[in-house]
Design a protein around this ligand. Sequence first.
Ligand code: ZN
Length: 92
Amino acid sequence: MSVIYASAGDTVTCENGHPICDFLEDVAVGKIPDLHKQLGNWRQPEPQKGDLPKDHPCAVCGARWFNHPATLGVTFHFQDGWRFQEGKLSCA
Ligand SMILES: [Zn+2]
């Protein structure tokens, strides 16, 4: 059984709620190997291969929507806040 981190159609937003892109498929916790395949419907220019998403803040306001803290893993921001790989799920 894998725990879902994001479901197809979940919208990634910046910290101020601007839509950035959508998840195109269900992604299990710890299974974020190909962001270019898993993210789509970009509302701003898509980061190119080799670019780090964190170097592409919200095009509207400059806020972050992606983080990769060493101890927490890949972290995206959604309408309801930052979704951590584990912290969020323990209360789901
Ligand atoms: Zn924004």
